[in-house]
Design a protein around this ligand. Sequence first.
Ligand code: ASP
Length: 307
Amino acid sequence: MKRSVIDILDLSVEELNGLMDTAEDIIAHPDDYADRCRRKKLVTLFFEPSTRTRMSFEAAMYELGGNVLSMTDAASSSASKGESVADTARVISCYADIIAMRHPKEGAALVAANNATVPVINAGDGGHCHPTQTLADLLTIRREKGGFSGLTVGLCGDLKFGRTVHSLINALSRYDGVRYVLISPEELKLPSYVKEEAIKPRGIPYEQTESLEEAMPKLDVLYMTRVQKERFFNEEDYLRLKDSYILDPAKMTLGRRDLIVMHPLPRVNEISVAVDRDPRACYFKQVLNGKYMRMSLILKLLEEAAS
Ligand code: ASP
């Protein structure tokens, strides 16, 4: 049966664990998967800029032996003539076996999923969510820390507009024993709906601070984020807030020896390049893990659609 993934909550904890297990198997036995999507087509429909996510989906499909059709620029598509997302999704369903879509408007992926006749994967909808980044994040944490239980996770930067933060909190909150340190300027605090829906009902311990230095020694995982320039209404606010946090080697000395540092990328200034040499920096591993998790998800949704 056709099934789409719009929100990370569309996948149960058992399914998340299963996707990570498949990804591990792909890493261990890539040849076993090289032909699994033969004659299947993925369409990547990107109405908003992306390097990593789109290429990661495309690389994932190629490594499964499938083919890719790509729309990389909304300006050159029929959207610029006024076509609705609903119509685009219907039309693309005639060419694709599965669609990965990114759109600047919250909810656009859901509209596409409701109108497509093939599975739709949300590759980011505005400031709302980004479930496949979360799949990459989960696999990275599991591989580096051995699991999720008992971890103190610091999320730092733009917690308001950062869709990867919202999706990650929704996912991690379903694992026992996680706690959060939310590090942001007052204006970029985590939206209360995320706290009310994901954190508070489960009684998950969390603290909010503006100080990265104070938070550092407490953390098992530090998830840095970029201030989301494209979601600001005025440039002055962005310029004032953009360099609120810069993780550098001096701040890294405050972190535990087994800390891991993550970032969904692209990085602007929030992690200095000198940190890349620190073995605790995991953001490039995260990129690779994202490809394996997208392979795992494409496989699962195509298998379900065929059954
Ligand atoms: N690549 C991530 C996203 O699409 C993070 C970012 O852009 O800051 O949300």
